[in-house]
Design a protein around this ligand. Structure first.
Ligand code: AMP
Length: 214
């Protein structure tokens, strides 16, 4: 069954890790706007050049740019049978635009991954990602389990920028919970558990909306 999943949650809630796992299991693309922007920064494209300072400051890239990026990405063939969105939408304007993009197809399943704010700062400032492929490392590893690349700290995972990202989240992205929560396709899962337990709850939450196996 095609699933169109939107992962909501604060920075550090585990959205990226869970989105990747879920997408791999279901054979659908994980579309992470943060990954798309970080790749653009690495390539030094125009998008990357204009985004870098904004990302380093923990602020959001403009809605028009982000909406255009996601619209183009969702129009590709691999997204026709479902997708997992990670990091988009981040504002109500983006959410309204997303509704227009998917109109007429399977409804969006929206899952909010909830983690207490005190745990988020600790998670973000200690996490490492692969410098080559962006894989989010499991604690304790010294190299990427996927490609063997070196693990590094994300440029915006230092404590000052993390605090700003959490402020921006509260102001701009938290209102999305209110935007979506009255829909019958909205679910919340407890993100303050082991990754395996969160994955099981996420699968069950999606199954409770679209049917099929958890
Ligand atoms: P993430 O990897 O989702 O934490 O995103 C990293 C950074 O990329 C954010 O702090 C923003 O600067 C930018 N970004 C990612 N997705 C979006 C979005 N949907 N709208 C605006 N900015 C975004």
């Amino acid at each position: 069954m095609a699933v169109r999943l939107v992962m909501l949650g604060a920075p550090g809630a585990g959205k990226g890790t869970q989105a990747e796992r879920f997408a791999r299991n279901r054979g659908v693309p994980k579309i992470s706007t943060g990954d798309i922007l970080r790749e653009a920064v690495q390539e030094g494209s125009e998008l990357g050049r204009t985004s870098k300072a904004i990302m380093d400051a923990g602020q959001l890239i403009g809605d028009d740019i982000m909406i255009a990026i996601v619209k183009e990405r969702l129009s590709r063939a691999d997204a026709a049978n479902g997708f997992v969105l990670d990091g988009f939408p981040r504002t109500v304007t983006q959410a309204v635009a997303l509704d227009a993009m998917v109109k007429g197809g399977a409804p969006l399943v929206v899952v909010n991954v909830e983690v207490p704010e005190t745990a988020l700062v600790e998670r973000l400032t200690t996490r490492r990602i692969c410098a080559n492929c962006g894989w989010i490392a499991v604690p304790g590893l010294t190299a990427c389990a996927r490609c063997g690349g070196p693990l590094v700290q994300r440029r915006d995972d230092n404590v000052e920028v993390v605090k700003e990202r959490l402020r921006v989240y509260d102001r701009d992205t938290q209102p999305l919970v209110e935007f979506y929560e009255s829909r019958p396709t909205f679910r919340s899962v407890d993100g303050d558990q082991t990754p395996d337990a969160v994955a099981a709850d996420l699968a069950a939450a999606v199954a409770s909306v679209v049917g099929g196996h958890a």
